[in-house]
Design a protein around this ligand. Structure first.
Ligand SMILES: [Zn+2]
Length: 273
């Protein structure tokens, strides 16, 4: 089997897990190589912790998640939350990460989403997509021979200027429990910051049993996976037949250039395990 390499750029230390966690678990289990990158260090999103210890804790959470998924690496680029911009420096760092990893697929956020950090890393990866194969750009990290990654986007629900339209998908159902375990690694987010941010100021995870914690993750952070499956039913059936018809949850991805149908078929093949 040819080993495939997947590089995923998220803005924060949970984005890759939420949008590509079940995919990573299954790809790694099948012997492929997956690397997650978080552009920011997660140092803003908390209601009671201070920034420095928060970033340290968030880093530890990424490393725990890397172990659960079987990632090659979970890199944190380390920019402060809410400060990321698609600067020349970020573009060059992204380019070097791509060249050093030599991926078959690079995924990131689209630039039409709600959060400035998501838009910024999406823009930096978009900018690097062509430049990563230009030899005289960042020549200190040479372009690997035959590196021709397909660039694609992680799911979002935004409709302006155009809604997300899936080109490929992976079914979450067979690894639902493992994805819950993966997301549970990010406890400062899933059980502290995100409940508070949603307005649930009295939420106290210590009152929940282990099974209730799992249910909380499934209901609150994996509802999006049901939407992804429903909105990409045609792609799921195209790729998985009967299993695609009945899949409850999925993770879906959209190729940056959708008119290239050859690339779309090749893209789908890369996710079959
Ligand atoms: Zn984020």
């Amino acid at each position: 089997m040819e080993q495939r390499r997947f590089l995923v750029f998220g803005a924060h230390p949970d984005d890759c897990d939420l949008l590509f966690g079940a995919s990573a678990i299954q790809l790694c289990k099948a012997g492929h190589v997956v690397k997650f990158v978080s552009a920011c260090n997660g140092d803003c999103g908390h209601q009671s912790m201070k920034s420095v210890p928060l970033a340290v804790r968030r880093y530890a959470e990424t490393q725990a998640s890397a172990k659960v998924a079987g990632l090659m690496e979970y890199e944190v680029m380390g920019y402060g939350d809410c400060t990321l911009e698609p600067t020349l420096e970020v573009r060059a760092r992204v380019t070097r990460i791509i060249r050093e990893f030599c991926p078959d697929v690079v995924l990131t956020h689209r630039t039409c989403t709600y959060h400035a950090d998501h838009r910024a890393i999406g823009q930096a990866v978009d900018d690097a997509a062509y430049l990563c194969t230009v030899p005289l750009y960042c020549p200190e990290t040479p372009v690997p021979e035959n590196m021709r990654p397909i660039f694609a986007y992680l799911f979002d629900g935004f409709v302006t200027p155009n809604p997300f339209a899936a080109d490929a998908a992976m079914i979450v159902d067979p690894v639902e429990a493992q994805k819950i375990r993966l997301l549970s690694c990010h406890e400062s987010q899933m059980f502290e910051w995100l409940p508070w941010d949603r307005g649930d100021r009295d939420f106290d995870v210590s009152r929940l049993s282990e099974a209730e914690r799992d249910d909380y993750i499934r209901e609150n952070y994996m509802a999006r996976d049901i939407r992804m499956a429903d909105e990409a039913r045609d792609v799921l059936v195209e790729m998985y037949g009967e299993a695609g018809k009945s899949a409850k949850r999925a993770e879906t991805y959209m190729i940056v250039e959708r008119r290239n149908m050859v690339a779309r078929q090749k893209f789908q093949e890369l996710f079959k395990v």
